[in-house]
Design a protein around this ligand. Structure first.
Ligand code: PLP
Length: 402
């Protein structure tokens, strides 16, 4: 039996076996509570401190600037709520490309009187920094723009956006859940105040995240209790998860350059394969300015068929992700994102997200191209049978994204 091809690494990544080995003692004999003063407790505390230094190092931060959270979602919530709850009615600037963890938190604050403005994006999904200057207000408390989009894969000019925000005197947060460990992020040279991370996107365990909080930036807690994590995230620490996050961060940092080059090469191989080009495939988002292993694909005329395509691929042993109109109009939906990028209603209906990772092999890539082009051809034949004359006109045009 041939093995499955997992190309949904933006949804989650498999745990690296080296991370699993590091975590195992903390799921067994090393079960202590880091707040306890006995040896078991001290061992757990040391492990948490080591992991904090490893996660900090991945971003060029000091360990004291890193707070562990229960997820990337919680890190985003803490960044937005923690900076705005006591500053109501706050003015927040963000984008419609953000993850629901940001958009829904902003929506909640709006019910409490906050004013939310959304920066426009261009046809590649990128924010123009000068537009930020136009909508900053004296009462702007926070600007939150993701480093790279989970759906489109494009990288935002967060460095320029952070500089403009800081000149104005507001706080700048970036959700780097998709970007961290894949592209360099350095808070010692970039004026980010707050950065969200999540371990399971970089071959670490699920259910553990972190928030970088620049020294001197004040946040209010959103979880109350025993005062762990500098009082910002009360709860007994998830020691095994934190240890796993630390090792995953260290591995990502060591392997970042080589891995980015390898995945970029695979990405280009898929994108420029003549079999995909000739079946009406086009790239959504920026061609170069994107995460190394991230492809967001559209198929001319098949926008309504993305769910069918992903199910066909699943049957053939390939796991990818789809954004389809079924999920339209909720925050962070594919439909909203593509509409914002200027796609018309018909073309905003769907996309296929193909995300490569550490365990993607050259053989996976070759098999994937073959399986995808066959699946698209099959869908087009079905379409042709029902909408006679349609497919040939679509396929004849050279690929061109919006
Ligand atoms: N932010 C972005 C950009 C994401 O892609 C995700 C997860 O997909 C999250 C936040 C949420 O992270 P978590 O799954 O750890 O809650």
């Amino acid at each position: 039996m041939t093995s499955r091809i997992y190309l949904d690494n933006s949804a989650t990544t498999p745990l690296d076996p080296r991370v699993r080995v590091a975590m195992e003692p903390f799921l067994g004999a090393a079960f202590g509570n880091p707040s306890s003063l006995h040896r078991e407790g001290k061992k757990a505390r040391e492990a948490v401190d080591t992991a904090r230094a490893q996660v900090a190092s991945l971003m060029g931060a000091s360990p004291s600037e890193v707070i562990f959270t229960g997820s990337g979602t919680e890190a985003d919530n803490l960044a937005v709520l923690g900076s705005c709850v006591k500053n109501e009615p706050a003015h927040i600037i963000t984008t419609v490309l953000e993850h629901a963890a940001i958009l829904e938190t902003c929506r909640f604050l709006k019910t409490r009187g906050a004013k939310i403005d959304y920066l426009p994006v261009d046809s590649k999904g990128i924010v123009e920094p000068e537009n930020l200057r136009k909508i900053l207000r004296p009462e702007t408390r926070l600007v939150s723009v993701m480093t790279a989009s989970n759906i489109i894969g494009t990288i935002q000019p967060v460095e320029s956006l952070a500089k403009i925000t800081k000149e104005h005197g507001s706080l700048f947060h970036t959700d780097a859940v998709q970007a961290c460990g894949k592209i360099p992020i350095n808070v010692s040279t970039t004026p980010f105040d707050l950065v969200s991370l999540s371990a399971h996107k970089l071959h670490g365990p699920k259910g553990i995240g972190a928030l970088y909080i620049r020294d001197g930036v004040h946040l209010d807690p959103i979880v109350f209790g025993g005062g762990q994590e500098r009082g910002l995230r009360s709860a007994t620490e998830n020691v095994a998860g934190i240890v796993g996050f630390g090792v995953a961060a260290e591995l990502a940092q060591k392997e970042l350059a080589a891995e980015a080059a390898r995945l970029r090469e695979f990405r280009q191989q898929i994108l420029h394969d003549p079999r995909l080009d000739s079946c009406g495939t086009f790239l959504i988002g920026h061609a170069e300015n994107r995460l190394p292993g991230h492809l967001c694909l559209g198929f001319h005329g098949l926008e309504h068929e993305m769910l069918k395509l992903s199910l066909l691929l699943d049957e053939e042993g390939v796991a990818v992700s789809t954004g389809s109109a079924c999920s339209s109009n909720h925050s962070g939906s594919t439909f909203n994102i593509l509409s914002e990028m200027g796609f018309d209603e018909a073309r905003s209906q769907g996309l296929l997200r193909v995300t490569l990772g550490r365990f993607t092999t050259a053989e996976d890539v070759a098999r994937f191209i073959h399986i995808l082009s066959a699946a698209v051809a099959k869908l087009r034949r079905r379409h042709y049978a029902t909408n006679s004359g349609f497919a040939s006109s679509v396929v004849s045009g050279k690929s061109q994204g919006a």
